[in-house]
Design a protein around this ligand. Structure first.
Ligand SMILES: [Zn+2]
Length: 426
């Protein structure tokens, strides 16, 4: 039994407290205190439901030099995540039920954050032949995606949506038209021209979202079940507009935005630092404002990290050759708590919702609120500020575009179903 005394509660429903939260048998037993072996003073802290990340590259199997389950899932609980969806673009890609089971078993043995592996939509993520969705679902796959690749064949995506629909599996897409983005390494525009770098135009994302929404319409018309398209790491104003229209029209589509697109712009590339190279690329201030608007009005459902660790050596290559990706599991919440909530007045319950119920709904999970009887998957957060120190990351990728940024909202205690998996109490 753990008693967290005098703590403010924040979930998708709002803020309450301070209250005395009693935790035992993996659940919240009371909000009015009680007897406990361990008592934690929650004065000045706030308690939220555990976070769910829809989009993490944990690199296992095959690229353990960049990250592995042990380091990635430790990074996750340090970031307040109790549940993580791992991307299947590993080596080899996760496209068999055996691979899904192996990941789940290994993650369970670690006893950190719970793993919900995503599986490939197509065999080898080659975009040609569908992976066995039914068997993947049975093995525990949480969604299907060829993320890392871009689903160039619309017919295959349509069949994928039709196959996944009766299974209740979302199909997540990295929506960029490869023929428009070509070799772009940053946002296409004046700055890219000035820097002499190949640009990746916002239209590459918008065109692909527009196409995918038509593919979804087709699947919806032809399927007896309800297909579910999920758009990953949305980055452009036009993309947000298309999503908003589609949701108004009642299409079964959801979307996520990343911490980097919400806090950084293309300007970061002016120093030619590959640390900021990511796909889709960092965009403009206008795009960022549109994403914020989308988070507020429900066009966007979730904040997902797209945690993409690489070795330091890879990220130190020149901008043209360095791989795409930014690691962020350990800083995502403090970053957005500070930059969006503290500095911009973004409502805290909505921010927490975008880390909890929002992504939970995408996976078809029940909402998780701080109520008596609720599963005690929780994160205790401290408003105390400190600078981001990548050297202290649990992730193997010990670098960060936010190094030195002074942030509050750090997780000081993370519980998975009542079990302490991370603790950094003063
Ligand atoms: Zn992607």
């Amino acid at each position: 039994m753990i008693l967290i005394r005098n703590v403010r509660l924040v979930d998708a429903q709002g803020e309450r407290g301070p209250l005395d939260v009693l935790i035992g048998e993996g659940r919240i037993l009371s909000l009015e205190g009680g007897e406990a072996k361990r008592i934690i003073d929650g004065t000045g802290l706030f308690l939220a439901p555990g976070f769910l990340d829809l989009h993490a590259h944990l690199r296992e199997p095959g690229e353990e030099v960049k990250e592995e389950l042990a380091t990635g899932l430790l990074a996750a609980v340090r970031g307040g995540y109790t549940d993580v969806v791992s991307m299947p673009n590993t080596k080899p890609p996760v496209d068999t039920p055996e691979a899904v089971r192996a990941l789940k078993e290994k993650a369970e043995a670690l006893g950190l954050a719970r793993l919900h592996p995503a599986a490939a939509l197509t065999l080898g993520q080659e975009g040609k032949h569908l992976a066995p969705a039914g068997l993947l679902r049975e093995a525990g796959a949480a969604l299907l995606t060829d993320d890392g690749r871009t689903n160039e064949d619309a017919g295959v995506l349509a069949l994928g949506l039709l196959q996944a629909a009766p299974l209740g599996l979302p199909v997540a897409v990295h929506a960029e038209d490869a023929t428009l983005r070509r070799g772009g390494v940053m946002n296409d525009g004046k700055l890219a021209d000035l820097l002499g770098l190949p640009g990746n135009p916002p239209e590459a994302e918008a065109a692909r979202i527009a196409r995918d929404l038509e593919v979804l319409r087709y699947a919806l018309r032809r399927s007896g079940a309800r297909p579910h398209l999920h758009v990953q790491h949305l980055s452009t104003q036009r993309g947000v507009e298309l999503l908003r229209e589609a949701k108004r029209a009642g299409l079964p589509v959801t979307a996520e935005a990343t911490p980097h697109h919400l806090t950084l712009t293309e300007e970061a590339l002016a120093g030619f630092d590959p640390l900021f190279k990511v796909a889709p690329p960092l965009r403009t201030k206008e795009d960022q404002e549109a994403l914020l608007e989308g988070l507020l009005d429900g066009t966007l459902d979730a904040i997902a990290t797209d945690h993409a660790p690489h070795t330091r050596a890879e990220k130190e290559m020149d901008l043209l050759r360095a791989p795409f990706g930014i690691p962020s599991l350990e800083v995502a919440f403090p970053l957005l708590y500070t930059e969006l909530h503290l500095k911009r007045g973004f409502p805290l319950p909505r921010l927490v919702e975008l880390f909890t119920d929002g992504p939970r709904r995408v996976l078809g999970l029940e909402p998780l609120h701080l109520e008596v009887g609720a599963e005690a998957s929780l994160v205790l957060l401290s408003p105390q500020e400190r600078p981001v120190d990548p050297k202290a990351f649990a992730s193997k990728a010990r670098f960060s575009p936010w190094a030195g940024w002074v942030l509050g909202g750090w997780p000081v205690l993370t519980l998975v179903a009542g079990r302490v998996v991370h603790e950094a109490l003063e």
